[in-house]
Design a protein. Structure first.
Length: 381
C-alpha cells in the first residue's frame, strides 16, 4: 500500500527538518518487502517499534569506516531498546565473512551499496538465511541497490524492511547526491518515460541543495518503477533486465579506471546504448536526443574523461568487465540492453540482450568521444 506524505513543509537553515512518511512496497513474485521513506528526527521511534516486533535474539549492524559516527549512533539508538546490538565492519568485496549469525539474529546494513552487498552475504551464511534490514545511506543505495533481490553473491534474498531515512543523506557532498541518482535517469528512459518531466525536475541536488521533500519523491518514484517489473520478474532476467540499461559500457568504463563515479559511468553507458540502437535502426534519433537532454539536465558528463578513448573502452567491453547481470562477451559481440523506443527495450528471441558487433560498438562509442576544443578565432586587419 502506498501512503502519501504526512508533512511536507520545507525547511530553512537552523530549523527542524520536516517529518516525512511515504510507504512503498516491492512485490517480487511471491516475495514482498516494505520500503519506508522517512525524514525527520521524530520518525526514529517507529523503527524501534518495528525492531521490537521482530523479537530478535540480537541485531548485527554491518557498516564501514566511512560512515559518519552520528549515522551509526542514530541507528543504534533505534535498535538497542529492542535487543542487544553488535557492530561489524564490512569486509572487502572479495573477502569472506568469518562469522555466522544465529537463526534469530537480524542483520542490519547501514551504508551504501557495498555495505548492503556485504550484509546480504552475511545474512545468507546460515542454512536458514537471517532476516535482513537495509538502512541505505547513499542515493544509489536508496534508489537502486536496496530495491533489488539480485546481488552478486546472493540471489532472491528479500529484506525484511528497507528503511530509507532521508536525513542520512544530508552529510553527502552535493555532487555525490547528484551522481547517486543514475537509477532515476535509467528507469525513466528504459522503463517509464511518462515520468520524464517529473524526474528531470528532481535531478540537481548539487544546484538546488539538499531538499528532503524532493529526495522523498525520488526514492518513492524509483520504488514504484521497480515494483512494476519485479512483480512478474523478480530475478531480473526477463522484462526487469531493463534495469541493466547502460550497464555493459558503464562496467567497462569503471574497469578502465579513469576515476568516473558509478553514476557518471552509467550516464555515458546509456548514451552509447542509445547510439548503438540508432545505428541498428531500432531507436528513433529523437529518442537519442531525449537521452542527451535528460543527462544534460542531470549535469552528468557526456564525453569520455582523459585519457580514455573509444578504442580503449571498446577493448575493455570486448574482454568483459566486472561480473554482473550482463554476462561478459568473452571476446565475442558485446551484449547490451537496447531500446526500440523510450520505455520499450528491444527483445531478441525472448531476451533483452542484443549482440552488438564491433562495427556498431566502435562508432556507437564515438557518441561520447572527447571533442577537440574549437580553435580561437584570430582576426587580422
Amino acid at each position: 500500500m502506498n501512503e502519501p506524505l504526512m508533512n511536507t513543509t520545507g525547511t530553512t537553515p537552523g530549523t527542524t527538518p520536516p517529518t516525512i512518511g511515504m510507504n512503498r512496497a516491492i512485490l517480487a513474485g511471491n516475495l514482498h518487502f516494505p520500503v519506508l521513506v522517512r525524514g525527520g528526527e521524530d520518525t526514529w521511534p517507529e523503527l524501534t517499534g518495528i525492531a521490537t516486533d521482530l523479537a530478535p535474539d540480537a541485531f548485527w549492524l554491518v557498516t564501514d569506516e566511512g560512515l559518519p559516527r552520528e549515522h551509526t549512533a542514530a541507528v543504534l539508538g533505534a535498535l538497542s531498546p529492542a535487543a542487544a546490538t553488535r557492530v561489524l565492519r564490512a569486509p572487502a568485496p572479495d573477502a569472506a565473512w568469518d562469522v555466522t549469525p544465529a537463526p534469530d539474529t537480524v542483520v542490519v546494513a547501514v551504508g551504501g551499496s557495498g555495505v548492503i552487498e556485504a550484509a546480504a552475504r552475511l545474512a545468507t551464511r546460515p542454512a536458514r538465511p537471517a532476516r535482513l534490514i537495509l538502512v541505505p545511506t547513499t542515493p544509489r543505495a536508496m534508489t537502486d541497490t536496496a530495491l533489488t533481490l539480485e546481488h552478486p553473491a546472493t540471489h532472491g534474498l528479500a529484506p525484511t524492511l528497507v528503511w530509507a531515512q532521508l536525513d542520512l543523506l544530508r552529510t553527502l557532498p552535493p555532487d555525490e547526491l547528484r551522481t547517486g541518482l543514475a537509477a532515476t535517469v535509467r528507469n525513466v528512459l528504459a522503463v517509464s518515460p511518462s515520468f520524464y518531466d517529473t524526474a528531470a525536475a528532481l535531478l540537481r541536488p548539487d544546484v538546488t541543495g539538499f531538499d528532503t521533500r524532493l529526495m522523498a519523491r525520488v526514492v518513492a518514484l524509483n520504488a514504484d518503477i521497480r515494483a512494476t517489473l519485479m512483480y512478474y520478474d523478480p530475478s531480473e532476467q526477463g522484462p526487469a533486465m531493463a534495469f541493466s540499461y547502460g550497464r555493459t559500457v558503464a562496467d567497462a568504463l569503471l574497469a578502465a579506471g579513469a576515476g568516473l563515479s558509478e553514476g557518471d559511468a552509467a550516464a555515458l553507458g546509456m548514451l552509447v546504448a542509445a547510439r548503438a540502437a540508432v545505428l541498428l535502426g531500432l531507436l528513433d534519433p529523437a529518442a537519442e536526443r531525449a537521452h542527451h537532454e535528460m543527462i544534460a539536465r542531470w549535469g552528468a558528463p557526456r564525453e569520455l574523461p582523459a585519457p580514455l578513448t573509444p578504442d580503449t573502452v571498446a577493448a575493455v567491453v570486448r574482454r568483459g568487465a566486472a561480473p554482473g547481470p550482463v554476462p561478459a562477451p568473452d571476446a565475442g559481440p558485446a551484449r547490451m540492453v537496447l531500446l526500440d523506443g523510450l520505455g520499450a527495450p528491444h527483445v531478441v528471441r525472448g531476451r533483452m540482450l542484443t549482440e552488438v558487433d564491433d562495427d556498431v560498438l566502435r562508432p556507437a562509442l564515438d557518441a561520447i568521444a572527447t571533442r577537440a576544443p574549437a580553435p580561437d578565432l584570430i582576426i587580422t586587419h
